[in-house]
Design a protein. Structure first.
Length: 234
């Protein structure tokens, strides 16, 4: 599994995808932090983290679009499917590679908080809780993107599919309150990634929401394994 993880992580930097992701993420996060803190003369970072999540609609598909679709396009998936390693190990290694690049870039972006702390007092509970919440959401969305990537051999189709699903999950949080039917509203709120982020945004450590995001990650990793298993025996 480690060999696949290592190969997948290095592939981000042998192509331009890893550099593009890091450049876009760091430039965007720097601009957002300036707009949400210095521009409004506040040290609260809650709005910064919240708006950053919205931009995951574009950022996460950049990471996940090639994970399995490219293997299928180049027919190298046949080598993986016949390799003496479990399908779970293959899928989890690819998930972990994408998550490592995301988390590494996210940690680097937090250096932007140093000037905020220099000219004001940061609420560290708010920063830590938002960091945990964003990390959990990213893990769930990467798992979803990985699953969609397993369904097609086109990176473009995988990216568009991931954007559509993530966009829907983000918009659910904005429109769930306006739904009158209780059953539908509860169902929509369950799928909304932003609805469960509310406590993190205010500086609270929400264990149930962490379990929810981990469960979403596990479900889509499992579904991806099932897709590959079906292809193995086809």
């Amino acid at each position: 599994m480690f060999a696949i993880y290592k190969r997948e992580l290095s592939s981000y930097f042998t192509s331009t995808i890893g550099f593009i992701f890091m450049a876009v993420f760091l430039a965007l996060s720097g601009a957002l932090l300036w707009l949400t803190t210095f521009f409004f003369a506040t040290t609260s970072c809650a709005n910064y983290f919240f708006i950053l999540i919205v931009f995951f609609i574009i950022l996460v598909p950049i990471l996940t679009m090639k994970l399995l679709s490219d293997e299928r396009r180049t027919r190298t998936d046949q080598i993986l499917l016949t390799a003496p390693v479990s399908l779970f190990s293959i899928v989890f290694a690819k998930f972990l590679a994408a998550f490592t690049l995301f988390e590494g870039t996210f940690l680097i972006s937090l250096l932007n908080l140093i000037p905020v702390g220099k000219y004001g007092t940061l609420n560290m509970a708010e920063v830590i809780s938002n960091f945990i919440g964003v990390t959990c959401i990213a893990a769930a969305l990467i798992a979803i993107g990985l699953f969609i990537s397993s369904l097609t051999e086109s990176q473009f189709a995988a990216a568009i599919g991931s954007i559509a699903v993530i966009l829907a999950m983000v918009l659910m949080g904005f429109f769930s309150a306006s739904i009158e039917n209780t059953t539908v509203r509860v169902a929509v709120k369950w799928f909304s990634i932003l609805d469960r982020y509310a406590n993190f945004r205010t500086g609270l450590f929400d264990v149930s929401s962490i379990v929810y995001y981990i469960s979403i990650s596990a479900i889509f990793i499992f579904l991806t394994v099932r897709v590959l298993e079906k292809r193995r025996w086809a």
